[in-house]
Write a protein of this length. Structure first.
Lengths: 322, 268
């Protein structure tokens, strides 16, 4: 702690107190206790007694010798001791953060989860889940399960795209200049997105009745993971938002093209059964699932190899103002 | 917190070249910044933001080296170490509208890996230094533009950075806030922080900076103190050019540079 040395000591014999080569005598201590010394002398005395034990004792004795001061001091002491909580309770109530620990951890977790979990994305996930369930039960729509399975892998992709990157995160530029920015923040947000979307969408899939022989409600998990990991891997080259868009496009086309072809042929195949068939081709069966698992693992390795690409902006999305 | 005794310059740049596609934003720039407040002046598009973004470790240079507190910014570990000691206010920055001022600054403190026990107090101190203590629990979306920028300054200084990079921090501040901000800059400089502040307001430099660097067209056009720049302006007094000496100095340095005579004049 830096202290100011140049207290105003300009005139008369006050100057000698500034030199440091002096001590407090009885008379001065008595005057100080009575409050009859000048400010400059009082300051010098206070400064001096910080480092000089003998003089501190002298001053202390002089102050205690005055009955009025002694009584005030005793009063303050007893009042203060009465008002204080028992020892140990102080550190939590007074000195630490006012919030309890678990609330703080929850806040941290939501912060780390970033923008997607607070915004429209959560609403979108809930809408897709609620939509599938209500279509199946309310409208007796037999294609609810395949539709949900076809849409589900897109949602984590959208979550990642909305969580990280210069176009998605308004604070991106600031986060990138911090040690937690880059890949670590991206992964944190990715995990948060998956932690919300995987259970919700899978649970919705399990609730929806399976009338058309569509694949099981958990079959989308590995494709979903592989696409998300692919988004990170590809994102290390072209940025996560564009990567997510590309992969979402590829997945949507894979699902839509057979359906459109079936409708175009007009041979009486329902769009939902065309979608069910296509889903079965892409996700059902051990071969397909192992394929998706391998893809997810490969993409994870790619992310690991490319981890330093996230240290700075993967690309320059816009020419910055200069 | 005092780095004055450190003989190494906090920032040392050699041969720095930054490109945006085909245009060259910075062309083989050599610069050193020690503790104190350094003003970065220059016309729009001169390369100030490009320089600050490279120093902030956000953008990768096309060529050249940056040493941060005596260490090259080579690997991931060095980058993380530098980022812990860094404060950065981008020219354009966003925020999460639902966050309060305290949340926002604390979030950045958390990203900067500050110990949790210190964060609360550091946040309050940083917010107090930009004069927003009475708004600390206000939602960001209800703040005025000038207040948002002050919150931006608070998040930059929350970790008591050794190197503080501010890109156009006075944009959107009213004259009174600007005066207070300059006092804060001087205080930070006296504490031994290396402050690099880009601005297009010459009076910011005159009032707050110990050194001035003029960037023009991707190169260093002038280096000196605000006084030496003002002295350069004195020589152009006969010209029909209104303004303070330092503004005349700014114009003179640019003109000298453009006329090609600056090679001798650029204070080296």
């Amino acid at each position: 702690m830096k202290r100011r040395h140049s207290e105003p000591l300009q005139q008369g014999d006050e100057v000698r107190y500034a030199s440091g080569d002096w001590h407090v005598d009885e008379m001065m201590a008595t005057h100080y206790a009575a409050g009859t010394v000048s400010d400059a002398v009082a300051w010098s005395l206070e400064k001096h007694t910080e480092n000089c034990g003998n003089c501190a004792t002298t001053v202390s004795a002089a102050v205690r010798a005055r009955k009025d001061t002694a009584r005030v001091l005793a009063d303050v002491r007893s009042t203060l001791l009465g008002a204080l909580p028992p020892q140990g309770a102080i550190s939590h109530r007074v000195f630490s953060h006012p919030q309890p620990r678990h609330t703080r951890l929850l806040c941290r977790a939501i912060w780390a989860a970033g923008p997607a979990l607070r915004g429209a994305w959560v609403v979108a996930v809930l809408l897709v889940c609620a939509g599938a369930v209500s279509l199946a039960y309310g409208a007796d729509f037999t294609g609810a399960r395949p539709l949900l399975l076809a849409l589900a892998p897109l949602l984590p992709l959208a979550g990642v795209a909305l969580s990280y990157g210069p176009s998605a995160d308004p604070v991106h530029e600031i986060t990138l200049a911090t040690p937690s920015g880059g890949l670590r923040l991206l992964l944190t947000r990715c995990v948060a997105v998956l932690a919300v979307s995987l259970p919700l969408l899978t649970a919705a899939g399990a609730i929806v009745p399976n009338q058309s022989g569509a694949p099981g409600p958990a079959t989308w998990l590995l494709p979903g993971l592989a696409l998300t990991a692919g988004c990170l891997g590809l994102g290390s080259y072209i940025g996560c938002s564009i990567a997510a868009g590309l992969l979402a496009g590829v997945w949507s086309l894979t699902m839509l093209v057979p359906v459109l072809l079936a409708t175009r042929r007009g041979d009486g195949v329902h769009p939902e059964s065309a979608l069910t068939e296509q889903l079965a081709r892409v996700v059902s069966g051990t071969g397909q699932q192992s394929g998706w698992a391998a893809a997810a693992a490969l993409c994870a390795v790619l992310v690991l190899l490319r981890r330093h690409a996230f240290d700075v902006e993967p690309r320059s999305p816009r020419a910055p103002h200069q | 917190m005092n780095f004055l005794e450190n003989p190494v310059n906090a920032l040392s740049i050699t041969g720095l070249t930054v490109r945006h596609r085909r245009t060259i934003a910075l062309d083989a720039v050599d610069l050193d910044f020690g503790s104190g407040v350094h003003g970065l002046l220059g016309p729009n598009g001169a390369g100030k933001t490009s320089l600050i973004r490279v120093l902030a470790t956000v953008a990768r240079p096309f060529a050249g080296h940056v040493e941060f507190l005596g260490r090259p910014l080579s690997g991931h570990r060095e980058l993380s170490a530098a980022r812990r000691r860094l404060g950065y206010l981008p020219q354009d920055f966003g925020y999460y509208p639902g966050f309060s001022v305290r949340d926002f600054v604390a979030y950045v403190a958390w990203l900067k890996e500050m110990p949790g026990a210190e964060t609360g107090r550091a946040v309050e101190r940083a917010v107090a230094r930009v004069g927003l203590t009475d708004r600390i629990d206000t939602k960001m979306k209800t703040l005025s533009g000038g207040m948002v920028r002050r919150v931006g300054i608070a998040q930059a200084i929350v970790n008591d950075p050794a190197v503080l990079l501010l890109d156009e921090p006075t944009a959107g501040l009213d004259p009174e806030q600007r005066v207070e901000f300059r006092a804060l800059l001087r205080e930070l400089g006296e504490e031994g922080t290396t402050v690099v502040v880009s601005t297009h307001l010459v009076e910011d430099v005159a009032a707050a900076c110990t050194e001035v660097t003029l960037i023009e067209n991707g190169t260093v056009a002038y280096r000196g103190t605000p006084d030496s720049l003002a002295a350069l302006g004195e020589r152009w007094e006969d010209e029909a050019f209104a303004g303070s000496p330092i503004e005349r100095g700014y114009a003179a340095a640019l003109r000298l540079r453009r006329s090609g005579a600056a090679a001798q004049e650029a204070g080296r």
